[in-house]
Design a binder for this molecule. Structure first.
Ligand code: SF4
Length: 385
């Protein structure tokens, strides 16, 4: 993060003394609850990255179990969706997508594999870059669009801005609120409250969680991404759990309002409609997938191309993917170190499951920062200073 005040804003939210004080408050609150563990879930790869990067798990009381849920957009993009991109690329269609998506394994191949075979796959950092690329070429370009509402809004804006006629969208966008319902309803779930992602809530507003809280009687706290944002969010969440209060609390008021960004929401729902669909390793999530509305059929790759995924499925060789427990990890039931493949057959340069591919995937984050949640030895640990 950069700031016009020489970085003081950043320092303010990374102050070790305040972090230690928040950690002590957590300890006290958990002591008052008097049972362990108290389990909470965040649904955001950026939260997990910050927790690992700043060594926050080392500062968390043992009695608090912070689970990473299905918050990595690359990890939950389902295999058949990857297969659609792979099939198109093998059919000679040029594909543009985000860097992390290229290495995600489909049933047989990843987009990186097709690229190695000579397929045309371009890595872009934004949908705007895909639009620019389409303007410079004559052939069709399919933007394989992945990510949650934060990136879906950008795709929607591009669709509404009269993109070039050779640009098409293969949407694998997902919508977070419905998957929280799935996790809350899982019979084995240990989750007693949710830490919601501040960036998504800037769009949806924190009010979007009120029906969820009403239905499931579980508290939700919206939190930002600096260490103190996360610790303060956890303190509020444990406070609510201890008091038996199911409510939504906004601990990121500098960015999030109750209503959110109404203009962005209008764009999002003008372009996309929510439908049910599978999230990799999780389940069928009602209203969890975002697909282009019929009025945008002329841009919809699924409607404009004959995508032959059957040839991929028919030739699928045996893989280790059946031993991948990504789904249980994202559901909060298991941890990466419970996977027999972790750090052995499955490593970042040769991933078996999607959780080892993305910089927001739990397995990759744990591998990168030491392979175990107790990261006290990490030099960047805010609370250990
Ligand atoms: Fe899947 Fe690899 Fe994680 Fe195991 S270590 S759960 S195989 S991504």
């Amino acid at each position: 993060m950069t700031s016009s005040n020489g970085g003081f804003a950043e320092l303010k939210f990374r102050d070790p003394a305040r972090a230690r004080a928040l950690s002590a408050t957590l300890e006290r609150l958990l002591g008052e609850i008097g049972r362990a563990p108290v389990s909470v879930m965040h649904v955001c790869g950026s939260h997990e990255q910050a927790i690992a990067k700043f060594g926050l798990r080392a500062a968390l009381p043992r009695a608090l179990n912070v689970i990473m849920g299905p918050g990595c957009p690359v990890c939950i993009t389902d295999v058949p969706e990857v297969d659609e991109g792979v099939a198109l690329a093998r059919q000679g269609v040029r594909i543009a997508t985000y860097g992390d998506m290229v290495k995600v394994p489909g049933t047989v191949l990843s987009l990186a594999d097709v690229q190695a075979e000579g397929g045309k796959v371009d890595v872009v950092y934004s949908v705007a870059q895909a639009v620019e690329l389409a303007r410079t070429i004559a052939e069709p370009l399919v933007f394989f669009a992945t990510g949650f509402e934060t990136t879906a809004v950008a795709t929607a804006a591009a669709v509404l801005q009269n993109p070039p006629p050779n640009l098409f969208v293969l949407s694998a966008h997902k919508y977070i609120p419905p998957v929280m319902e799935i996790v809350a309803e899982m019979p084995d779930t240990r989750v007693e409250g949710f830490l919601a992602a501040g960036h998504a809530a800037t769009i949806t507003g924190w009010g979007v969680f009120e029906p969820f809280v009403e239905r499931h009687k579980l508290p939700v706290v919206v939190a930002g991404f600096e260490p103190l944002d996360i610790l303060a969010g956890l303190v509020k969440l444990v406070e609510l759990i201890g008091a038996g209060t199911a409510s939504v609390e906004n601990m990121y008021p500098r960015c999030v309002t109750k209503e959110g960004n109404l203009r962005a929401q209008e764009q999002l729902w003008n372009v996309f409609r929510p439908i049910g669909g599978r999230w990799r390793g999780i389940a069928h999530v009602p209203n969890g997938n975002l697909r282009l509305r019929d009025e945008w059929a002329h841009l919809d790759a699924r409607k404009q191309f004959d995508i032959d995924v059957n040839s991929l499925w028919d030739s699928a060789p045996p893989t280790l993917i059946q031993d991948c427990i990504c789904g249980d990890i994202m559901a909060g039931i298991k941890s990466p170190t419970d996977c027999a493949l972790f750090g052995e057959q499955c490593v970042p340069h040769s991933p078996v499951g999607a959780c080892m591919v993305s910089s927001e995937g739990t397995c990759k984050i744990w591998h990168q920062y030491g392979g175990h949640p107790d990261l006290g030895g990490y030099g960047g640990a805010v609370c250990a200073r």
